[in-house]
Design a protein around this ligand. Structure first.
Ligand SMILES: NC(=O)C1=CN([C@@H]2O[C@H](COP(=O)(O)OP(=O)(O)OC[C@H]3O[C@@H](n4cnc5c(N)ncnc54)[C@H](O)[C@@H]3O)[C@@H](O)[C@H]2O)[C@@H](O)CC1
Ligand SMILES: Nc1ncnc2c1ncn2[C@@H]1O[C@H](COP(=O)(O)OP(=O)(O)O)[C@@H](O)[C@H]1O
Length: 289
């Protein structure tokens, strides 16, 4: 199992040697990202993830969120096509959203599922729909409640060969591990990657199922702010959409998330900047690697 001594620190030099595909052509060449999430009370998570995907360079954005929020979301994010999903009486996204979502999933180049979802059973049904509808080579980002749902069905990705990245926070890692994470997050990320057969990005610690590992060391406390994880999941989806492979996208996203936070420190101090303020920093952060 990799530990601190054999994971590589993510530096600009490491990323320059692992350059993202060079953009060329129209928006289709940088792919379409679909974000599936957003309960009646958390549409902002989908907004943050979706805009982060565009800021990371994705060509086309589609959002699927609770239907009562779709009109407002479409005005807040005029760059996106927004599709409403059925809701439970409590405002959670219902797990049986029908053929329209399946069509969107089938047509997406990358699907990010989870930001803003709020009910683990319904999310489990939704996650299975995404896995059934997405071609097996469509990269997935699995975040937030979709990770809770995955913890109830841990074999969903195993052996599928599907490119997938899991982006747990520490609470989600606890559900996935079935215990509290220990102090060695390199080792915990590696265990999750092996167990779930997917690339894992855990608090800046990245691991692959075949035992490779990296860590991002420039992130600071200001990144621990509501919606920050949604930004990071969307950033990752945008990089996958540009053609990065999963471990590469996870390393670039961890670095870009952390450095975007650093760039806000002169204006706001170490803490107190907002997740949405990270969004505008992303393109410049990526461009200056
Ligand atoms: N702007 C917004 O609308 C924001 C929305 N957010 C979203 O709000 C939702 C709730 O986030 P919280 O941090 O309050 O979530 P909770 O504190 O309720 O749960 C944290 C995580 O634990 C897991 N979990 C919860 N119950 C579980 C169960 N019974 N079995 C297995 N796993 C379980 C889920 O994966 C969940 O993401 C998330 O989808 C998140 O994306 C937050 O990211 C903050 C910003
Ligand atoms: N104190 C910190 N130091 C370094 N990075 C942090 C810190 N707090 C949060 N982050 C980074 O921000 C990400 C999102 O923060 P977190 O609040 O855990 O996520 P979420 O929005 O998913 O609940 C983390 O995965 C981690 O990469």
């Amino acid at each position: 199992m990799p530990n601190r001594s054999d994971t590589a620190v993510i530096t600009p030099g490491l990323l320059r040697d692992w350059a993202l595909p060079v953009p060329g052509g129209g928006k289709e060449s940088r792919g379409s990202v679909l974000v599936v999430g957003g309960s009646r009370f958390t549409p902002g998570a989908v907004l943050l993830a979706g805009v982060a995907a565009l800021r990371a360079g994705a060509g086309v954005l589609r959002l699927a969120a609770a239907e009562s929020t779709a009109a407002a979301l479409s005005i807040q994010v005029p760059e996106a096509l927004v599709v409403g999903l059925p809701e439970t009486p409590d405002g959670a996204v219902g797990g049986r959203p029908g053929d329209r979502l399946a069509e969107l999933v089938a047509g997406a180049d990358v699907v990010a599922v989870g930001p803003g979802l709020t009910e683990v059973e319904e999310t489990g049904v939704l996650l299975r729909l995404v896995l059934d509808a997405a071609p097996t080579d469509t990269p997935l980002v699995i975040d937030a409640y979709a990770l809770g749902a995955l913890s109830h069905a841990p074999d969903l990705l195993v052996g599928s060969g599907r490119p997938a990245v899991l982006t747990p926070n520490l609470t989600e890692a606890r559900h996935l591990l079935g215990r509290d994470p220990g102090d060695d997050l390199d080792a915990e990320a590696a265990e999750l990657a092996r167990r779930y057969d997917a690339v894992v990005s855990l608090y800046g610690h990245i691991a692959t199922p075949d035992g490779r590992g990296w860590r991002e060391e420039s992130g600071d406390a200001g990144l621990g702010t509501s919606g920050s994880g949604d930004v990071r999941a969307g950033l990752l989806a945008g990089l996958l959409s540009r053609g990065a492979e999963p471990a590469q996208a996870a390393c670039w996203a961890a670095f870009a998330h952390a450095v975007s936070g650093q760039r806000l420190v002169p204006r706001f101090g170490r803490i107190g900047f907002l997740a949405r303020e990270l969004l505008d920093e992303i393109p410049h952060t990526l461009a200056t690697v």
